[in-house]
Design a protein around this ligand. Structure first.
Ligand SMILES: Cc1cn([C@H]2C[C@H](O)[C@@H](COP(=O)(O)OP(=O)(O)OP(=O)(O)O)O2)c(=O)[nH]c1=O
Length: 185
């Protein structure tokens, strides 16, 4: 049995590209239990906590989990609490390059394989009007950094360097590689 430990519809859709048949079991963890640390360590830790909570209940299964954050100048941006929080995030990210990090954790055949993928995302300078128009789409609500690059958020983006799918929440070619790798840490 293959279990995707995620409530994210994007992760479900992306995983279908490499795993034809899997179950979804979202993990509920208290993200506040994770202390402040470097973004790559943070997403790896959160992915691990999500994965372990599902793997404990399903010891025979292959379990995949992930966590995505945006990082800019030493600050980690998760999902915004509300519209005001989202507006502030977009103002901060405007006209600069930030990093999207996804931690991936896989329990397979009695071993753990994990990695972190980074993508650099450069935003256009965003006017107040652009930000308000974007926020009106409500797309920001469940997205780290308050934007969805796969949706209207694409209009905020000047360029990226790295895996597009990593920004969306699951670096699918890395997942495919992890699934076949003998040693990947
Ligand atoms: C930056 C960015 C993030 N996101 C999403 C990916 C993640 O789903 C979300 C970050 O939240 P996460 O906490 O990584 O994941 P989740 O709560 O959606 O799902 P689960 O913990 O159950 O696996 O932000 C986009 O969809 N597009 C983007 O451009």
């Amino acid at each position: 049995m293959f279990i995707l430990a995620s409530q994210s519809p994007r992760r479900r859709e992306l995983l279908q590209k490499v795993v034809p048949d899997f179950e979804v079991q979202p993990a509920t963890i208290d993200e506040r239990q994770v202390p402040v640390m470097a973004p790559a360590d943070y997403v790896q830790m959160l992915a691990q906590l999500k994965g372990e909570s599902i793997a404990q209940k399903n010891p025979q299964a292959t379990v995949l989990s992930a966590d995505t954050v945006v990082s800019f100048q030493g600050t980690i941006y998760g999902k915004p609490h509300d519209r005001q929080d989202a507006a502030e995030m977009l103002r901060q990210l405007s006209g600069s390059t930030h990093q999207a990090y996804t931690g991936v954790w896989l329990s397979i055949d009695g071993e753990i394989r994990k990695t972190v993928v980074q993508t650099d995302v450069t935003f256009w300078p965003l006017s107040h009007e652009m930000i308000e128009t974007y926020l009106d789409t409500e797309e920001y609500r469940d997205k780290a950094g308050a934007y969805g690059i796969q949706g209207q958020g694409s209009l905020l983006v000047e360029k990226i360097n790295g895996d597009f799918y990593n920004v969306v929440g699951l670096p699918i070619s890395t997942v495919a590689w992890l699934l076949t790798a003998k040693e990947a840490d």
